[in-house]
Design a protein around this ligand. Structure first.
Ligand code: BDR
Ligand code: CA
Length: 307
């Protein structure tokens, strides 16, 4: 288990499941920052607050950047799969929302914490990039950064690119070049962690309100990927980041240089992973394999902790 964690996200169903995994596993989440991505910022912020309410966790949630650094916001047509939190009857958040911007929360917490903080990045990297541009010294205060993003094989928003990196490739470039100890979990790995009918039934069988809501959301999630990639279940992307933080031995990684394609007409947002390590770019850890049963076991265990 890690020390204090900030989760930057754009819920989104799989972000929501990732938050529930973190909360159920008693991860020390000190804040949730939200960014525009799967849905506009007002919805990612509201959805994150609803998930905290559902889980009964009083974790501060912040709204962040409403659009990418340079590219326009992804259109609803571009956004793939299930994007809202349909399928779940989620409670309205009680209490007042926070007015501090995600970027300022990140900077303030990173600079003032007694020990470096872990950051889990589950959406486009705009908040982190802006924080690094505003205050580059925060890089030294991040214990580790684990990102769901990128594709070495097939993309999911274009043939080349994965959604989080494609939405804000310039932000991804800023973040991946910041010298932070980083682990990247790409589609190549998350497409192995699938919500098969058996796994969905196991979540349903837990039978508490949180697991029931999770099953409701997952029943709809990633259905377009089934036909598109011939998968037997929807991929569970973002929970892989939390699973990696909880139990890194479920994954194998390799340290290799990674760059983000910023200009290619067909390839913008592609993560170019240099398995030969020949370039001058600093290396980051890239996940190579995952124990999918192990990730699902963690999720089931975490969901069963709610009453
Ligand atoms: C990523 O894109 C989003 O739609 C998901 O929440 C995940 O973070 C997968 O490509
Ligand atoms: Ca996400």
């Amino acid at each position: 288990m890690t020390g204090a964690v900030i989760i930057d996200c754009d819920p989104g169903v799989d972000d929501a499941i990732a938050l529930l995994l973190a909360f159920g596993a008693q991860m020390p989440v000190m804040g949730v920052t939200t960014v525009a991505g799967n849905v506009p910022l007002s919805l990612t912020y509201g959805n994150a607050r609803k998930i905290c309410e559902l889980a009964g966790r009083e974790v501060p949630v912040f709204a962040g950047c409403p659009r990418p650094l340079i590219r326009p916001l992804a259109t609803a047509e571009e956004v793939h799969g299930a994007t809202g939190l349909q399928g779940a009857d989620l409670p309205e958040p009680r209490g007042k929302g926070r007015s501090q911007h995600s970027v300022d929360f990140l900077i303030q917490q990173l600079l003032s914490a007694p020990a470096p903080i872990t950051v889990a990045a589950l959406g486009p990297l705009t908040n982190l990039a802006v924080a690094l541009i505003k205050c580059p010294q925060i890089a030294a205060h991040i214990a580790q950064l684990v990102i769901m993003g990128g594709a070495m094989g097939q993309g999911n928003i274009t043939p080349s690119a994965e959604f989080n990196i494609y939405v804000d490739p310039h932000a991804a470039h800023v973040v991946l070049s910041a010298g932070i100890p980083t682990t990247l979990i790409t589609l190549d790995v998350t497409h192995q962690v699938l919500t098969t009918p058996e796994r969905l039934a196991a979540i349903r069988a837990i039978g508490n309100p949180v697991s029931t809501a999770a099953a409701g959301m997952l029943a709809f999630y990633g259905q377009s990927d089934l036909a598109r990639y011939g998968l037997p279940g929807g991929p569970l992307h973002d929970p892989c980041v939390i699973a990696y933080l909880l139990k890194p031995q479920l994954f194998t990684t390799r340290s290799v240089p990674v760059t983000v394609e910023l200009t290619g007409e067909q390839t913008v947002g592609r993560t170019v992973v240099d398995w030969y390590g020949s370039g001058s770019q600093a290396a980051i850890n890239v996940a190579e394999t995952v124990d999918a049963d192990g990730v699902y076991a963690l999720l089931l265990e975490a969901l069963a902790t709610f009453s």
